[in-house]
Structures are given as C-alpha cells and as structure tokens.
Design a protein around this ligand. Structure first.
Ligand SMILES: C[S@@+](CC[C@H](N)C(=O)[O-])C[C@H]1O[C@@H](n2cnc3c(N)ncnc32)[C@H](O)[C@@H]1O
Length: 469
C-alpha cells in the first residue's frame, strides 16, 4: 500500500479535516468536493506525503505560509480533471461552422471584431479547435478582423501545457488523417500544433467562481461566443446560476453560450433563449428572461472513433460467456473503486493511454467496480483501439443484466463506429424500448443523472441517424 493510501484514513479522521475542506472549497469554488470526502482525503494524503507533513493542521499552515499560493496551485491541479480533446463533440463544431459563426460574422461586419471564450479550457484543445475552424473555413471573411480566441482555466499546469500546444495521440483521437498532419507537425515528443493555428489564441488564469466577470483585463467582455463545456460538474446549482448571470453580462447582445451535453444543471439558463441546431441545444442571449421555458435536453454526443476493423458479430447471449462473468480479482473497498475511476480519467486526460488501458482492464476485472466505472473503462478500451475487449465487456454486462440500458446504448455506439449500422440500430432500439418502458424521470443506472426519458430521446435520435446514413 502506498504511503498516500495509508494516510488517507488519518486525513478523514483528522478533526481539522472539515475546516480544511471548507477552506479549500471556499478558495477554489470547487463545490464538487462538498460530498466527496474520500476523494478529497486521498488527494490531501498525497500532498501531505509529497510535502512530508503530518495532518490537516500542518497543511492548513502551509497554505497560509510563504509558499501557500504555489501549494494551492499544486492542490488545484490534483483536484481538477481536464479530460478534453480536439473537436470534442463534432456537432458543436458543425453548428459553429454552419450556423453560429456565419451569423455573427454578418452581424459584426462593421466592428470587424470576433471574440470567443473557452471557459475551463483545460489543456487547450477546445480553443485551438476553434482557431483551426476559423482558419480553415473563415479566413477570407475574417481578413483584417480582430478575431481572438481566449482560453481560461483555474489550473495553471493545464494552461502551461496549453501554451506549449504539443499533444499526444489521445488528444487527437477525433482528428483523423489527413487533417491531423495538416494541423500538427509530428515531432519525437508529440504532435505540435502549427503556428498558424496558435496565432490568435491566448491563455489566462481565471477562476470562474471567484474572479471578476465581465473582465476587461483578460478580454472577457463583449464576447460573441462563450463555450463552457464539461466544467459545470464542479459547481453547485447556486454557483451555476450566478455564473449564468455573469456569462450573460459578458456577452454581446445576441451572443451565444454553448454548454456541455451532459450539463443538465446548465439547461434553461435565465436570460438565454434555447436554440435547437440540428439536435444540438445552444443558448442565445436574450433580454427576456426565459421563465417557464420547456425543459430542453441536449443528447450527450458520446462517440467512439471510427475504426477500420471488421464488423463484430451481433450480440448474442452465449453459454460460453458464463465463465467470463465471474470477476477474477476480488477487491472490496468501494472508495478504491472510486479512486480508480478518477485515476482512469486522469491518465486518459494526460495522454497516458497505455497506462489508462491497463487501469481500464483492472476496473473491469474488479468485483466491486461500479457500472459507471465499467462503462468508462469500456470507453477507454474502445478509444485506445481494443474494440474486441470493449465489445466482450459489454456482452458480459448484458449477460449479467439484459436490461442494462446504457450497455445497449454503448453497444450501439461501438457497432456504429465499426460501420455495422444494422446492428447498431438494433442496439439503439433495444435501449429505446427499455427506456420508454420506464417513467421518463427515472434515473438510468450508471447514467450519472441521466433520465430514462432523456436516454430514450438519445437512442431514438441515434437509431434515426443510422437509418439516414
Ligand atoms: C473536463 S475539463 C473540460 C475541458 C473543455 N472545456 C472540454 O470540454 O473539452 C474541465 C476543466 O474545467 C476547469 N475548471 C474547474 N473548475 C474551474 C473554475 N472554477 N474556474 C475555471 N476553470 C475550472 C478544470 O481545471 C478543467 O480543466
């Protein structure tokens, strides 16, 4: 057992832990940790062991001392998860290209300015993807314009990474050739974004909860587009509502707000009009509060990379799978399973996909892994190219529980990525049939808050998409 794991229970039992926790949440705004004591304690145990300190009191003193800010930066880096990649959710980039940017460019013809903000940009894939989009498709229209893309994040390490603009395969998993080589130069240490795409992008440290907004010093005012995707997970409902008001004040009239697909908490933000662009819900600033608007839901655009492999055999409940369903590794601590899940995301995020793959396999083998963790592990397997194990694992899940909605849905995604449209459609319809049989507001097991009605919409949308291809 590592030293950090040994100290974690001590951190949890430390009478000063609650004060330290409050202080950290207050300072960072990361309300996510309000009910994640075990995770926070694990991270603090790691910091204590790195610093050679004993107990929460000593750590609190360190935060107040001369190197307190530097330590807070280190801690924030441990507390955040920066999962991101280029052209994440292609639907968003399609909506920007075909609807949102043409409209803004027409409206700003006189001022000849375009300001786009990627809020919570992590290691920079999102702002750079936008810069690529602008350069590739709007160069002529934007010649002589002041067009800027700003990326901000709470985590200084991510920002330093973003400024280097060098990425590993994992960040480029949705950027196939020949585009990949057009945008990046392959070097021995990774894929270096070409200078033309870095030119108009700048990065700044900014805490969405604590720092001023609008913010003229950082150019975060009179914005045309704000992207704040996959960030609200860290925030409480009150924090989100407050942030929406400050986003509203930072946007130009008719400016756009684009949130992440799974950010249910950010649906129906006041002062914004939801707009449906080919199934993607985005928000346009409106001066009318949108009281009582119909709930909108953006279908999560989970997707696996297209693979050039042979289509997999259709799913069948096979006797030979019986032996497989017995997990080989028996582990007991639910907390450890949760830590492994976080670690899985962390490794994947840092491009250490070989290590992520190993962990994904361990997560799958554990007896006590949650359904969420298993589904995440399956996604890592698929994205790292081990399609066979990904499919096998889904088969196991379905063997154990034929009614596992999300396993059917994920199977549809996998089959779709392999080009097996007929079986993908069937899997989506299986998910749909099971979902509509449940109350619409029934949470889907393993769905992190996803409701049966929402999954039904997503599955139907996906199956129609397969038909339309
Ligand atoms: C999962 S990443 C999302 C990256 C990118 N937006 C995307 O969707 O690909 C979430 C990012 O939000 C950042 N973050 C979390 N809390 C923040 C805060 N209070 N202010 C600014 N950024 C924050 C994290 O550091 C992390 O880089």
């Amino acid at each position: 057992m590592t030293k950090a794991l040994r100290t974690r229970p001590l951190v949890l039992d430390d009478p000063l832990f609650p004060d330290l926790k409050d202080r950290i949440i207050h300072k960072t705004g990361l309300a996510y940790y309000q009910d994640k004591d075990a995770d926070l304690a694990r991270i603090l145990a790691g910091r204590l062991s790195a610093l050679g300190l004993q107990g929460c009191g000593a750590y609190a003193d360190c935060l107040s001392g001369s190197r307190g800010q530097a330590e807070m930066d280190e801690l924030v880096s441990e507390l955040t998860i920066g999962e991101t990649y280029f052209f994440r959710h292609p639907e968003v980039f399609s909506a920007l290209r075909h609807s949102i940017l043409p409209e803004i460019i027409a409206a700003n013809r006189e001022s000849r300015t375009l300001r786009i903000w990627s809020a919570g940009c992590s290691t920079g894939a999102e702002p750079y993807s936008i810069s690529i989009l602008l350069k590739e498709h709007f160069s002529a229209e934007l010649a002589g314009w002041q067009a800027v893309v700003t990326g901000t994040d709470i985590d200084k390490k991510y920002l330093a990474f973003a400024s280097r603009a060098q990425y590993q395969e994992w960040a480029l998993r949705a950027t196939p050739e020949p585009e990949r080589s057009r945008y990046f130069e392959q070097t021995p240490s990774g894929w270096q974004l070409r200078p033309a795409f870095r030119k108009h992008v700048s990065f700044h440290h900014h805490n969405l909860i604590r720092d001023a907004l609008p913010n003229s010093k950082l150019g975060l005012q009179e914005l045309d587009i704000i992207l704040c995707r996959n960030v609200a997970i860290y925030f409480s409902r009150d924090q989100i509502n407050d942030l929406m008001n400050r986003f509203h004040a930072s946007l130009n009239p008719n400016g756009w707000l684009i949130t992440g697909p799974a950010e249910i908490g950010m649906d129906r933000p006041g002062g914004f009009q939801p707009v449906n662009l080919n199934g993607l819900i985005v928000y346009r600033k409106s001066d009318q509060p949108v009281a009582g608007a119909a709930p909108v839901w953006t279908a999560p655009v989970l997707a696996y990379p297209a693979l050039q492999t042979e289509p997999t055999e259709p799913l069948a409940q096979s006797e030979s799978l019986v032996a497989d369903v017995v997990p080989t590794v028996q582990e007991t601590s639910a907390e450890d399973a949760a830590s492994q899940e976080r670690e899985l995301m962390r490794l994947a995020d840092r491009g250490q996909w070989v290590a992520a793959l190993g962990l994904a396999r361990r997560v799958i083998e554990r007896a006590d892994s949650t359904l969420e963790a298993r589904l995440k592990a399956i996604q890592v397997l698929a994205e790292a190219g081990d399609m066979e194990q990904a499919v096998q694992t889904l088969k196991r899940l379905l063997f154990i529980d034929r009614r596992c909605l999300l396993a059917h849905y994920h199977l549809g995604l996998l089959l779709s990525s392999q080009g097996d449209r007929r079986m993908a459609r069937k899997a989506f319809m299986n998910a749909y049939d099971l979902a509509v049989a449940q109350p619409v507001d029934e949470p889907v097991p393993g769905g992190e808050g996803l409701l049966a009605g929402q999954l039904a919409d997503m599955a139907l949308l996906r199956s129609k998409h397969e038909d339309a291809l």
